[in-house]
Design a protein around this ligand. Sequence first.
Ligand code: GDD
Ligand code: MG
Length: 352
Amino acid sequence: HRYCVIMCGGVGSRFWPYSREDCPKQFIDFLGTGRSLLQMSYDRILPIVPKENIIVVTNEKYAGLIREQLPDILPSNILLEPARRNTAPCIAWAAYHIAALDPEASMIVTPSDHLITRENVFEDCVRRGFEFVESHDALLTLGITPVRPETGYGYIQIGQEAEPGILKVKTFTEKPNLELAKVFLDSGEFFWNSGIFLWKASSIISALHKYDADLTCLFDRGVSDFGTPREMEFINANFTSCPPNSIDYAVMEKADNVYVECVNFGWNDLGTWSALYDNSPCNEVKNVAQNCNVLAYESTGNMFAVQSPDKLVVVQGLNDYIIADAGDVLLICPKAEEQRIKQMVTDAKLSF
Ligand code: GDD
Ligand code: MG
């Protein structure tokens, strides 16, 4: 049987100050469609995986937001983490949980904060991916043709074709530095990791055993509790001991049974303000205004996002900046420096 795991526990700090710890970006309706990124992720998977097999893994802080935004999801399908430990523990828990319900299960693991514009193509790709992992002991990722030397993604070097449209992965490099990212891009041999994975629950559990023994050692102690009323008790007592790590570093970089399905379904990681800028309609001077009124003189390439709808933004001689005003924070930062926002959030928390 097919399951879906929506990972929904990140803080989206590069989207600060819109994205806040108490309401990260996946819960925000960024595009003004009436659906948050999380709701859009859920809608997209509904035609592929039965509702009762859709599982959301998130931090316990967001239980209320999840119930509000996804009222159809079964309460037992909301896995609430007592601590933030990144995606490896999140995926490990989901895999142990699913394997206890159905040892033969296959699963798609998806982020909750991406934009996918061609949903029909997405559906076909995911079905194809499920067929592949159900007949192989494979860790499959969906790969995107890279268009710039982005340092915030994983890079996948492709090898031999295994089946039509699916290639063996030679190397996987998570978040390379800029120099390396440029080499990867120029070589034409690399894809971006979309962060969407497919595998059998048993395949990821055995890969975790091989490459992250600390984690599986911990989860194996609770193996008889998963899928029973004792599961939460086990998690609450043990999850905090999981070493924080992302699945990309913990498994994908190391495993030798990684495959990639190269896809083209209008994927966008709305990971940063620039990404939102790139995906929004601009006016003639290339300024993007997100829900706000802007009066701009000799200014171009700016991303304006102001939460209070009746505030007018007036600028003169400003180019390629992010102006984001939300709640008690106003951020003014060149688009080219936006990778530093993560650090700014930390500093702001410490100082104010
Ligand atoms: N439940 C849970 N718990 N979810 C989490 C946690 C956690 O502790 N941390 C992050 N997530 C969720 C985020 O909300 C997001 O939906 C997803 O997991 C991925 O986490 P990110 O923190 O956004 O990862 P990333 O963007 O740095 O990198 C990943 O995605 C890239 C593509 O967008 C990697 O897989 C890269 O290789 C990939 O290129
Ligand atoms: Mg991300």
